[in-house]
Design a protein around this ligand. Structure first.
Ligand code: SF4
Length: 271
């Protein structure tokens, strides 16, 4: 049975929360929805996987549809990832899977947003906590570098590899990843950088390079320690609160334009 295989292999969702995929394979559902939106800025591992492993991904989707009794599969891909979409279409051998072209905005891959776009339905419940989708197992270290950084790429590495090694892969030999020079007689070392794990929006910032890449690592963004993104993220909470209070005039636009609020969920960020 698919659920047993998934459980034995320890397959978990690739969205970050690591929800065990075998639980989903035990359900009976109408639709199986694949989330290929990949909304985190600068992260592009899903686009690479869809472009280079389309047959495997579609086979996985068919297997999940068979296990769950789903008659229809919906596959959300952003219109900007035309190469990935083309590769998937080229490998599609069934008319039971439909592609849903998503706009290039954040957060078109939010599961509430995606489910509504794909099916016209709302996920039941007042709570809008993320549930997690997908089931992909790669320890890819990849990024598109922001601001001063200029090197990006992806590499296939084993789970359990140290973050520091992943960061070295991203930086490349000699630490040439940033456009700002390292200074006379000084080469930049990986310790000069901070690492956003799995994205700058929903990911975590770490300086611990001894921890390892796991099944839920969605990519590494390696940027200099004095980069704005790092100083912003490392501000003390009391300082962030002070800035928030002084900058927010409670216009409530962030709520009125919040995609989940517009779908009817009780999400009111201005509060
Ligand atoms: S209510 Fe929201 S949109 Fe308006 S100022 Fe405050 S944070 Fe910004």
């Amino acid at each position: 049975m698919l659920s047993e295989k998934l459980r034995e292999c320890g397959v978990v969702g690739a969205g970050g929360a690591g929800f065990p995929t075998y639980v989903k394979a035990q359900s009976q559902v109408e639709y199986v929805i694949a989330n290929g939106a990949e909304c985190e800025p600068l992260i592009h591992k899903d686009a690479e996987l869809m472009e280079h492993f389309p047959a495997e991904i579609l086979a996985g989707m068919h297997a999940m549809m068979a296990a769950t009794g789903a008659k229809t599969g919906k596959f959300g891909v952003k219109s900007k990832n035309a190469d990935a979409l083309e590769a998937l279409k080229h490998n599609l051998k069934s008319d039971r899977i439909e592609f849903v072209t998503l706009g290039d905005f954040y957060p078109s891959g939010d599961e509430y947003e995606l489910v509504y776009t794909a099916t016209g339905r709302l996920i039941p419940g007042r709570d809008s906590a993320p549930g997690g989708l997908g089931g992909e197992q790669r320890g890819d270290a990849l990024q598109r570098a922001p601001g001063g950084a200029r090197r990006s790429g992806d590499a296939e590495v084993s789970l359990g590899v140290r973050r520091g090694e992943g960061a070295e892969i991203v930086l490349g030999a000699g630490g040439d990843a940033v456009s700002r020079p390292a200074g006379p007689g000084r080469r930049r070392h990986v310790d000069d950088f901070g690492v956003f794990v799995s994205g700058i929006m929903m990911g975590t910032l770490t300086f611990d390079l001894d921890d390892v890449l796991t099944k839920t690592t969605g990519g590494l963004i390696v940027i200099p320690r004095d980069h704005y993104l790092i100083t912003r993220r490392t501000r003390p909470r009391v300082e962030m609160n002070r800035i928030g209070k002084s900058a927010c005039d409670q216009c409530s636009y962030c709520t009125e334009f919040c995609p989940r609020y517009l779908l009817g969920y009780e999400v009111q960020p201005h509060k």
